[in-house]
Design a protein around this ligand. Sequence first.
Ligand code: AMP
Length: 209
Amino acid sequence: MNVIFLGPPGAGKGTQAVRVCERLGIPQISTGDILRAAMKAETPVGLEAKSYVEKGLLVPDSVVINIVRDRLQQDDCKNGYILDGFPRTVAQAEALSAFADIQAVVDIEVADDVLVNRLSGRRVCPACGATYHTANLAGREDCEKCGAKLIRRKDDEPETVLSRLTVYHDQTAPLIAYYTEKGILHAIDGTQPMEECTKAVLAVLDADK
Ligand code: AMP
């Protein structure tokens, strides 16, 4: 099954994608993760992406479209995949339709005030990728899983969070109407507890049997 996870930054797309992918045995393809890895490795794509990502702006369509086109050709995508964070513009969705057959789009909905709180309090482990919120850390500064010192993503700084939300409403939210029109959009309440949210996603994908 080929699925898109749509939703604003901080809605829990990544967390839910990991859980659903594990359950379905298909890969999670996160353009944000791919871009961050390229930035860390200072590849040409990473160097180009850096200034956009750090300001909370979208990387040019052509760059991300090429990344996803190449990634979907790999063997592990044969039995399906979840696209997490792509497409983010109607142009990306149009390009995707030329090389992928998408069966379902899961739109994880969360209000802006909740998102600002979630993103500003988010801490990530630079070593293993685990994600936390300051509200649950009780002052801890290291990763429970691997012990590395937790960091705040540069694009989770409060002012960048606001520009990411503006970008989402201007450029990505139109995809809700785009995929509703195609009859494959499923809206999920992203404020429910994590496990409930996963159950709801599996149910709309008809994978909860
Ligand atoms: P994410 O981890 O999905 O929140 O993505 C982090 C950042 O990577 C975004 O704020 C963008 O700067 C960039 N990015 C990720 N996916 C895309 C995409 N599909 N199109 C353009 N930029 C993207």
